[in-house]
Design a protein around this ligand. Structure first.
Ligand code: PGA
Length: 243
């Protein structure tokens, strides 16, 4: 079931998109949250930190899983997703780090790291609420457009468009890793509720294609049309091409 929330401002998107996570934590303190990185969810994390600071929620019993992580960056590298999560969320809340899971992209045994991550997801029953952004090419997490998509957590080669889009975060574009570990499409679809966020006019065309175009592996986000509880939060720019 698709629920589209078209909002007038980016601030309102952040506030509303935080809602399902906040109410899940209030209902069940040991909620499993699926988290994303990139520019899009930073405002949502600010909302979560504010709700925590006001005493409305606690993460003391919560569990988090991130969608993906670069291969070859240590967790102290400022562009690693572990570092991003520390900066934008973890350092400001009471989440025990032993229950803050990200794929391990700094190991020599990547196959084992993928297998372990999927097992950890499975042992916690997959996220109750999963936050997602969307790439300009329709990727979700690092599941890039392709003739075939992989179900479970796996190693990916990043596409040139994704490398170019992410280069803005690196001082030297040559430093952008070429590979990452990502949750697969099936791992993502196992979340009970999905919160998909898109902001800005540059996301208008892809969000329309993902939600109303044909379901195809060349637009991985289109698979989300099959999810039973998909909540999409867009500002007026990203939502401008929606019917
Ligand atoms: P962005 O990335 O939030 O930085 O636009 C979204 C994505 O690539 O999934």
């Amino acid at each position: 079931m698709l629920h589209i929330h078209r909002l007038t401002s980016v601030d309102e998107v952040d506030r509303q998109a935080a809602g399902p996570l906040i109410s899940a934590l209030q209902r069940r303190p040991d909620t499993v949250l699926g988290l994303a990185t990139g520019g899009t969810p930073i405002g949502l994390y600010r909302e979560l930190i504010a709700a925590y600071t006001r005493g409305e929620i606690s993460f003391a019993q919560a569990v988090t899983f991130n969608l993906d992580e670069y291969i070859g960056l240590s967790s102290e590298h400022p562009q690693s997703y572990r570092y991003y999560m520390e900066q934008n969320l973890f350092a400001h809340i009471d989440l025990p780090r032993e229950r803050a899971f990200l794929p391990n992209g700094a190991t020599s045994d990547l196959a084992l790291a993928c297998e372990r991550y999927e097992q950890q997801l499975e042992s916690y029953g997959y996220p109750d609420v999963q936050v997602l952004g969307i790439g300009h090419n329709g990727h979700i997490a690092f599941n890039e457009p392709a003739d075939e998509l992989q179900a479970d957590t796996h190693v990916v080669q990043l596409t040139d468009t994704t490398i170019a889009a992410n280069a803005r975060f690196f001082t030297n574009p040559q430093e952008v890793p070429r590979q990452a570990i990502t949750m697969g499409i099936a791992s993502i679809m196992k979340a009970k509720t999905i919160v998909l966020i898109a902001k800005g006019s540059d996301k208008a065309a892809i969000i329309r294609e993902a939600l109303f175009g044909p379901i195809r592996t060349q637009c991985p986000a289109s698979l989300l049309q099959l999810h039973p509880d998909l909540h999409v939060f867009v500002d007026s720019e990203a939502g401008s091409e929606l019917p």
